[in-house]
Design a protein around this ligand. Structure first.
Ligand code: FO1
Length: 337
């Protein structure tokens, strides 16, 4: 490695150590997350900060009942990622899982479009049993995390059922049907969150947000991953009255989604697939916005038109060191504000 580059990296490492460990030892980070992008950011943060400083508030509107089991895909994606168990190829499910149950289900002509691995099934079996016994999802998630050795706090956004429904050109369908079964091909006309008016953010979520020193909005799909969290009663009011800096990370780079259908959805909803659209979507809740260097012209628009501070950097997380580097840059940016 070039000596100057090495020196620069050393300097950055020292400065984040100062920012995170000595200058501000009491930094509590809360990140609102959903899906694979959110899990990658969580793992970057987990490389930098002590676990007791990290709380991840995760979308549960993707949850659904399948073959009699309660599946919480976004919670599991974050949990498996932090446990070092996630399948690196898909970003969801368990690495080196086997598919014997799925093969047997196929023999019975049961639905196999939602691919449940043999090991992954254990999580759904146990979660479903505990929920049936009356334990809240927050408790179930804490138990699973503890048993898998995940020391950070993962909180479902709510213990109440919320279900994303996607309005397509062919009618309304459940989120996992849209996302997995139909591989997000139907054109969308809108989304709604069934049950959201009756659902409450949990006490744990509200308390984490009130005690946060920095609140991050992960690089997740704004419409189906973060909007369900933000649509919970009182959530927007809580977020706009806390003093902590609130920083969103763009899920869009150069007109394309980092993963999944965010850009396609924007096009179909007659919006430009751009970080400006994402920043405008959260506008009144944000104090800062992180976008990719490739979108640097958008930074000026966001800063000037919305009065939101911006950081342009490389936001594509290709590997573990990338995740830690981005997390570090985001925290430095947040804590400068
Ligand atoms: N995503 C897929 O694209 N295909 C699948 O078959 C699939 C199965 C699956 C099983 C368990 C789990 O926890 C997640 C799974 N996912 C699958 C991912 C998941 O449904 C989506 O990534 C999220 O809901 C969107 O955030």
């Amino acid at each position: 490695m070039d000596a100057a580059v090495h020196h620069e990296e050393e300097r950055q490492d020292t400065s984040i150590a100062q920012v995170v460990n000595s200058e501000l030892p009491e930094v509590n980070i809360v990140a609102l997350l959903g899906g694979v992008g959110g899990a990658k950011l969580a793992s970057g943060l987990a490389q930098l900060l002590p676990p007791e400083r990290l709380t991840f508030v995760v979308n549960t509107a993707d949850d659904f009942e399948h073959l009699g089991l309660h599946i919480s895909p976004d919670l599991d994606t974050v949990m498996y990622t932090l446990a070092g168990l996630v399948n690196p190829e898909t970003g969801w499910g368990i690495k080196d899982d086997t598919w014997n149950t799925l093969a047997m289900l196929a023999c019975y002509e049961a639905p196999t479009w939602f691919r449940l691995g043999d090991r992954d099934l254990a999580t759904h079996l146990l979660r479903s049993q505990w929920l049936r016994e009356g334990f809240p999802l927050t408790w179930v998630t804490r138990q699973l995390c503890w048993l898998l050795g995940v020391p950070q706090t993962i909180l479902p956004m709510s213990d109440d059922p919320v279900h994303t429904r996607v309005l397509t050109e062919n009618g309304e369908i459940a989120f996992q049907e849209y996302f997995v079964r139909y591989a997000w091909q139907p054109r969308i006309k809108g989304v709604r969150f069934e049950g959201i008016e009756q659902a409450q953010p949990t006490r744990e979520v509200v308390s984490a947000l009130r005690n946060a020193d920095v609140i991050l909005f992960g690089p997740s799909n704004p419409f189906v991953s973060l909007d369900p969290i933000l649509a919970l009663p009182a959530m927007r009011r809580i977020l706009s009255t806390v003093r902590a800096p609130r920083i969103a990370i763009s899920p869009i780079v150069a007109g394309r989604a980092l993963k999944g259908p965010a850009a396609k959805m924007m096009n179909e909803l007659n919006m430009e697939a751009s970080p400006v659209t994402v920043a405008a979507h959260y506008r009144d809740l944000l104090t800062g916005f992180v976008l990719d260097r490739q979108d640097v012209p958008c930074a000026a628009v966001i800063a000037e038109q919305m009065g939101i501070r911006t950081l342009a950097t490389d936001i594509i997380m290709r590997d573990e060191p990338d995740r830690a580097r981005l997390a570090r840059e985001i925290l430095q940016f947040a804590l400068q504000g």
